[in-house]
Design a protein around this ligand. Structure first.
Ligand code: ADP
Ligand code: ZN
Ligand code: ZN
Length: 778
């Protein structure tokens, strides 16, 4: 009898191995490896989704009674052999279930409930869900024979060419409408709507359930209308064509090396504006001409529409774009474009590394030091590791690019594991490197302002008077505004998380950035009832307000999480700034990356220090990268750029090396520090996170786990903790952590698997253990 081996979508340790299901004669000719099926599972024979990973012919004892496959979900494989192999390889480093590795490779639409439309050549079509089992089997056969074609449908109506938009008929009414404090989601939507900058917003871009929205419709707080739209087309329309530039000698040397050999991955290290992107474009072009394909990863692509436009300008509709800002339907469209071979260049954020391209010629990871390449939920993979595997499978090139490579990558290049390619000059000869000045805030605090030194204000004024533009960055990491009582020091905390609530001035609310809790601002102190309760700190909103007061003539655009929540909001803000509809772009870290505005001649950093003081061994590296990156936004064309950095730590080496624009020196100093304290890249790290509702249980289990690790690892491994997490409680769970530092531990994987097995014990039902290999955030 023929048997199908199926990985089922049930998160249990034992489900990592495939289960056997018998195949009826009907299914035998239809089913292939890489297709999804519904199978009965467990004692209740609940139907679960599964992925077929192989077949076997087995002589079975008559007594063995195998369950059969219930339903086909695909008419052709959705996963390739390569992807099945990747999932196997990946599993060892990410400590996730195989099914979650496999699901990471599929667009959401194929992981959730969906329907298919079967279209015949005469134009009629029928929905898969309306067919009987027998009809499904015969339709699947018809698809094989090319008599029917298939289109997957999203649950929502997004495949239609209409779009629902929401508008607010009466903002006063909405503002005054009382919502019960307990109805958190409703409250959240209310405040979200009050903050809305646009007149209309697409309903599907809202992160709220239809029930919540319905409540607002029923109370006449919002209006919904359906509007005709054209999907996906728009992005190719207004991009001009662009042709290759003649490479300078450094660029050319890099280009030649990359196309010549695939023995080692390359590190393309070049200062901002040195023409790395031009090298990417031309090497990709080389492989396209050989009939191959390419993957280009960029961090958080929605933040850098300028980059995607350069790819579209060069390669037109050969480009598929994958990023988190797309709806499930749009993602599925791009996935299909790639799978069918219509797109040969995939430009995307982290998960695009799994794009189902065949015949891969080159993979490029731009800004390889970015932490967004590591997924911080399960499966916790790093795109770089997946890229290495895929490059191996295809014999493809792998290029890691950065102006400030991560220490891990640079150290590998120094040891010869990667080949180092250097670009030392700006490609556009007229563009010289900006001049960087450090402003010592200890002696420069002005009476006029809490955030700005006099030197920065004078400089901004000077630039605006010359009709030039300014970028101002506020480092928000570890920094937020909060409400405190001046009488007793009481700070308003989230009831579910050990963290103070962040003040949102525009909505006059206090929000938890972890769990989404929202509440009003108290008039008196909840602790001592004093009226001396005050707002503290200054987020981007406060800086914006201050700027408007001091310099009312300056036109300011703000870019932060609040102003970019809606679809395409980034693009709109950047477009306005690009059209010189504003003089100043004020924002958080999100403005540091990838922007290229020739008229920007001044970059100001409001607070360089906030990132330096975080309890994370990468704090200096992150600050240096960020400052170098934002400095690179100034003077990109023929006007010389200036950078002013305000700091209370002018002699910190991350600040001094930024001023000198000296990556090499920073690398040396930072490596010395890492060696002394046994941190990466001298040691590998793995973090075990233990969470439980009951703090005592969390502590006790953490000690048990640390003990288990000590017993299984050699003395050379350093086991730190358990200690409480920096934010010890979120979502009503207490969190403890153990950090293992090691160089080579043969038993590490099996020891960590033992740790995971603990959670499968009946006694530990509410225990949550996460294993994060090479964690990026502490
Ligand atoms: P990076 O990616 O290193 O920041 P880019 O590739 O964006 O650098 O190049 C910076 C600017 O220089 C861009 O405007 C680009 O068009 C231009 N440029 C790059 N290479 C060349 C070249 N060989 N000749 C002329 N201009 C170039
Ligand atoms: Zn919270
Ligand atoms: Zn008080």
């Amino acid at each position: 009898m023929k048997i199908a081996k199926v990985i089922v979508d049930v998160p249990l340790m034992q489900t990592d191995k495939p289960f056997s299901y018998s195949l009826s004669a009907e299914f035998e000719n239809l089913l292939e490896v890489g297709m999804r099926v519904h199978v009965p599972f467990g004692s209740g024979n609940r139907l679960v989704q599964g992925i077929v990973i192989g077949f076997e012919d087995e002589e079975l004892e008559p007594s063995v009674n195998l369950k059969g496959i219930s339903e086909l979900l695909d008419v052709e494989p959705v996963l390739t052999d390569e992807q099945l192999w990747l999932a196997d390889e990946m599993r060892h480093s990410v400590f996730s279930y195989k099914i979650s590795c496999l699901k990471a490779m599929l667009p959401n639409l194929l992981n959730s409930n969906y329907d298919k439309l079967l279209k015949s050549t005469d134009g009629t079509s029928v929905k898969w869900s309306q067919l009987t089992e027998a009809e499904k089997i015969s339709s699947a056969k018809a698809v094989r024979l090319g008599q029917l074609s298939v289109e997957y449908l999203a649950k929502s109506k997004e495949n239609k060419k209409t779009e629902k938009f929401l508008s607010i008929p009466d903002i006063e009414k909405l503002a005054e409408f009382e919502i019960e404090k307990r109805a958190k989601k409703r409250l959240e939507l209310k405040y979200f709507l009050l903050r809305l900058q646009e007149e209309k917003i697409a309903v599907r871009s809202l992160n709220f359930s239809s029930q919540i929205i319905k409540f607002f419709v029923e109370h006449d707080l919002v209006k919904i209308e359906e509007v005709e739209i054209s999907r996906t087309k728009e992005k190719f329309e207004d991009v001009e064509n662009d042709s290759a530039k003649i490479l300078n000698s450094e660029q050319n040397a890099a280009y030649e090396k990359i196309i010549a050999s695939s023995d080692k991955p390359f590190l393309l290290e070049g200062i901002t504006g040195s023409g790395k992107t031009e090298v990417y474009l031309q090497t990709i072009d080389h492989f396209l001409k050989l009939g191959k394909t390419a993957i280009m990863l960029v961090p958080e692509i929605s933040l850098t529409p300028q980059i995607t436009n350069r790819f579209i300008a060069r390669f037109g509709d050969k480009v598929a774009i994958m990023h988190s800002g797309l709806s499930d339907g749009e993602k599925y469209d791009e996935w299909r474009k790639i799978k069918s071979g219509k797109a040969q260049v995939v430009v995307g954020a982290r998960s695009a590394i799994f794009a189902p391209v065949e015949n891969l010629g080159i993979i490029i990871i731009d800004e390889e030091h970015e932490t967004s390449y590591k997924q911080d939920s399960s499966p916790r993979y790093h795109a770089r590791d997946i890229a290495l595997l895929r490059a191996k499978w295809h014999g493809a090139r792998l290029v890691l690019g950065s102006a400030t490579p991560s220490l891990e990558t640079r150290a590998r290049a120094m040891r010869g594991v990667y080949e180092l390619l250097l670009l030392t000059k700006r490609a556009n000869e007229a563009a010289i490197l900006p001049e960087i000045k450090i402003i010592d805030m200890r002696s420069e605090i002005s009476d006029q302002s809490a955030n700005f030194s006099q030197s920065l204000l004078t400089k901004i004024k000077e630039k605006i008077d010359k009709d030039e533009q300014v970028i101002l960055m506020l480092n928000r990491r570890g920094y937020s505004s909060f409400v405190m009582c001046r009488e007793c020091g009481f700070v308003v905390d989230c009831p579910n998380c050990d963290i103070s609530l962040t003040l949102h001035m525009d909505t006059r609310t206090l929000n938890c950035h972890y769990c989404g809790h929202v509440e009003g601002i108290p008039q008196t102190c909840p602790n001592c009832h004093s009226r001396k309760i005050r707002y503290y700190g200054s987020g981007t909103q406060k800086v914006e307000e201050e700027l408007r007061e001091i310099m009312p003539e300056a036109r300011v655009l703000r870019m932060d999480v609040d102003t970019t929540r809606t679809k395409n909001a980034h693009e709109k803000i950047l477009e306005k700034f690009g059209n010189h509809e504003a003089d100043i772009l004020l924002g958080t870290q999100m403005i540091a990356k990838g922007l290229d505005f020739p008229n920007v001649t001044l970059v100001g950093v409001i607070n360089a220090d906030t990132g330096l003081n975080l309890p994370d061994f990468r704090a200096s590296e992150r600050s240096f990268e960020l400052l170098m990156q934002v400095a690179g936004r100034a003077g990109r064309a023929d006007k010389k750029g200036e950078v002013l950095i305000q700091t209370f730590n002018p002699h910190h080496y991350a600040i001094e090396m930024t001023k000198a624009q000296d990556y090499e020196k920073f690398y040396e100093m930072e490596m010395r520090f890492r060696r002394e304290l046994s941190y990466p890249p001298y040691y590998f790290t793995v973090q075990v996170l233990v969470s439980h509702q009951d703090e005592e249980v969390a502590i006790q289990k953490s000690y048990e786990i640390a003990q288990l690790l000590k017993q299984n690892l050699t003395e050379k491994a350093k086991i730190l903790g358990p200690t409480a997490r920096p934010i010890a409680r979120t979502h009503n769970l207490y969190h403890y952590q153990i950090l293992v530092k090691y160089r080579f531990e043969e038993e590490l994987e099996s020891a960590l698997n033992q740790v995971l097995e603990l959670t499968q014990l009946r006694d530990n039902k509410n225990l949550r253990v996460l294993i994060d290999s090479e964690p990026q955030n502490f």
